[in-house]
Write a protein that binds this ligand. Structure first.
Ligand SMILES: *Cc1c(COP(=O)(O)O)cnc(C)c1O
Length: 376
């Protein structure tokens, strides 16, 4: 194909493998690489394969649809899922040897019915709420929940393979919620032991805790964001050598001259104070460029950092070229790994008042995805 690449996402699988290996070595316990939400916008299947190649013992996703995609791709490794809804169809997941997560006795009952129907024991992990107050069994319900889990295990309905929880403030290592949640988690584990459960895995840590809180690593860690080379705790200086895997690039579609006083884009929210040039970048909020980044984002045009001017449109944004006239087709890197004038996903998050997770996960729209470092 020749001519212009409108806009594309380039994902470096070598960076993914580097990050998985580095983190696995750092934590010293089995790695559960989290590939939910299309691998945080990086592409579920290529990332899953790369993570396995780099030694991830487990993968984790949120939904059963994501489970189906992974199994259909031939992934046969240990796989954890955690976000089911009432009346979920568990049959295929049980047949596919997936580790399901239960939050409630009602959910355990549904899994029991599915296991009976399939005629094979399920694998179930138990999520306890230790203070995030999102999913998971509330403290008051721990005992009946754990007892029901144990009863099903004794009956041969399932094996309880894990007990786990999730931290609210892991990116703030000094936040008192971390100690409180970990103490609560230890209580839940002890209660599970009390009722006779001996799960193979206890896990609590996400990326930030895996890196910053060694005592929270237990038997495995669930690492999402850091896999993609983004910093889960940008405010903390921890020096982990993560490599961002995603580069979002486009080619300059048009360059034009503006006179002092010319205003650009919808609402005329920016007016040129002096004669300048602007370039048109063919990607907009349909591709996940946040409107909140209007007049705030920066991108690299031909290796030079340039500010976005005016409101981000659905299909395009304008950048101030400061009087320069780079040829149309000049590479524009919206964000990527640091270097060569590039903004990072973290820079974009800061500019937009959001988190790096949201920037990469929402990038996409009409952009194609291309992979480097693919293994034959
Ligand atoms: C998304 C998610 C993770 C991964 O979190 P990161 O901060 O991206 O490492 C881990 N556990 C649960 C329950 C999650 O929902």
């Amino acid at each position: 194909m020749s001519g212009l690449t409108r806009a594309e996402i380039v994902v470096d699988l070598d960076a993914i493998r580097h990050n998985v290996r580095l983190l696995r070595e750092l934590v010293g316990v089995p790695m559960i690489t989290v590939v939910k939400a299309d691998a945080y916008g990086h592409g579920l299947l290529p990332v899953a394969r790369a993570a396995r190649e780099a030694g991830a013992e487990w993968l984790a996703v949120a939904t059963l649809d994501e489970v189906r995609s992974l199994r259909a791709d031939g992934d046969e490794g240990r796989l954890l899922t955690w976000l089911t809804v009432p009346d979920e169809q568990y049959d295929d997941a049980i047949r596919a040897d997936v580790d399901l997560t239960a939050y409630t006795v009602a959910e355990l009952d549904e899994i029991a019915a599915a296991a009976a129907y399939v005629g094979a024991p399920a694998r179930v992990q138990l999520k306890v709420d230790t203070g995030l107050h999102r999913g998971g069994a509330s403290r008051a319900d721990w005992r009946p929940f754990l007892e029901r889990a144990r009863a099903g295990e004794v009956a041969g309905t399932w094996r309880i393979t894990g007990i786990w929880s999730h931290l609210a403030c892991a990116d703030e290592p000094d936040h008192p919620a971390n100690d409180a949640q970990q103490a609560a988690f230890d209580d839940a584990v002890a209660m599970g032991h009390d009722v006779g459960l001996r799960p193979e895995l206890r896990h609590l840590a996400n990326s930030a805790a895996a890196i910053l809180r060694p005592q929270a690593r237990y038997d495995a860690v669930r690492v999402g964001l850091a896999t993609y080379g983004l910093d889960p705790a940008p405010a903390v200086d921890h020096g982990t050598d993560l490599r961002p895997a995603m580069t979002v690039r486009a080619e300059l579609a048009l360059v034009k001259q503006l006179e002092a006083g010319d205003a650009v884009s919808y609402g005329h929210t920016w007016t040129a104070p002096a004669r300048t040039t602007v370039g048109l970048v063919p990607a907009g909020y349909a591709e996940g460029v946040p409107v909140a980044g209007s007049n705030r984002l920066e991108v690299a045009v031909g290796g030079v950092r340039r500010p976005v001017r005016g409101r981000v449109c659905m299909d395009q944004v304008l950048v101030d070229l400061g009087g320069d006239t780079p040829p149309e087709g000049t590479e524009v890197v919206l964000f990527g790994p640091p270097g060569d004038g590039r903004a990072t996903a973290q820079d974009w998050a800061q500019a937009c008042g959001t988190i790096n997770y949201e920037i990469v996960t929402r990038i996409g729209g009409r952009m194609s995805r291309r992979y480097t470092g693919v293994r034959p």
